[in-house]
Write a protein that binds this ligand. Sequence first.
Ligand code: NAP
Length: 278
Amino acid sequence: MSALVLDGKALAESREQQLHAAVEALLTDGGRKPALATILVGSDPASATYVQMKVNACGRVGMESVRVDLPQSTTTEELLEVIGQLNDDPDVCGILLQHPVPPQIDERACFDAIAIDKDVDGVTTQGYGLMAMGEDAYGSATPAGIMTLLRYYDIPLEGKHAVVVGRSPILGKPMAAMLLNANATVTVCHSRTTDLADQVARADILVGAVGQPELIKAEWIKDGAVVVDAGYHPGGIGDIEKTGLAERVAALTPVPGGVGPMTINALISQTVESAQKR
Ligand code: NAP
């Protein structure tokens, strides 16, 4: 058996063409050119790269981006002030606050200050709650992108046992809620899980979102599973060890080129949707 490659890069590229057409349609209808505001606090090189990739994606689909780069010393109050201004700016359809922010900042308070109709990265408590209840809301971008990828490849979810390793507010928890909403039976593992290998071995669908290189071992994963790796570490290494997997699992995401492009695509797609709703 050779695993189906869940090619996020190719899917994101084809979806960008549709988004470009959607943005053009908005302009022909006399609408505003959608703008995504990006906020980067500090100078972490990886975060700066992620923001630049999102800005580049805006350009490719014909959207504006409004970049706000703030110093490492920024306080919670200063960041809240900036978010308030962007909430009030009629030209801004969506706001991305790049995670993580420096430790002196109350990140949750700042995420929750983003107006719900501009929460295109799906980071607010309200947006999470609505999504978890199955109500209309922008999903957290990484799990939303993963769901789009799974649906595109017709991966069956209903009745399947999904195991999500990681429970962060922007990834593991919303991933679990989205899979539950899709009628999977969901197990969430975290740093206090005592039998991680056994839990992973039960997964029909496995999502690795732990932030540690190859923490999840290939030998734990059962034959025929669908393997989604959200991790990215230098050298193209994910959170899941891939040795021998391609020969025995049903499908897997490449690293890079799997989850990363779909995360950006979900953000851009939700920003266009926000523009369309105006
Ligand atoms: P995070 O906030 O650091 O959360 C990591 C999660 O992993 C936590 O819930 C933690 O459990 C759990 N964990 C840590 N060690 C563990 C262990 N030994 N066994 C089981 N669980 C363990 O990370 P994140 O922001 O969710 O990101 C997760 C991964 O996804 C990272 O590799 C990150 O780079 C990647 N990511 C990718 C994208 C993308 O666009 N591709 C976007 C975002 C994140 P506790 O809750 O108990 O601490």
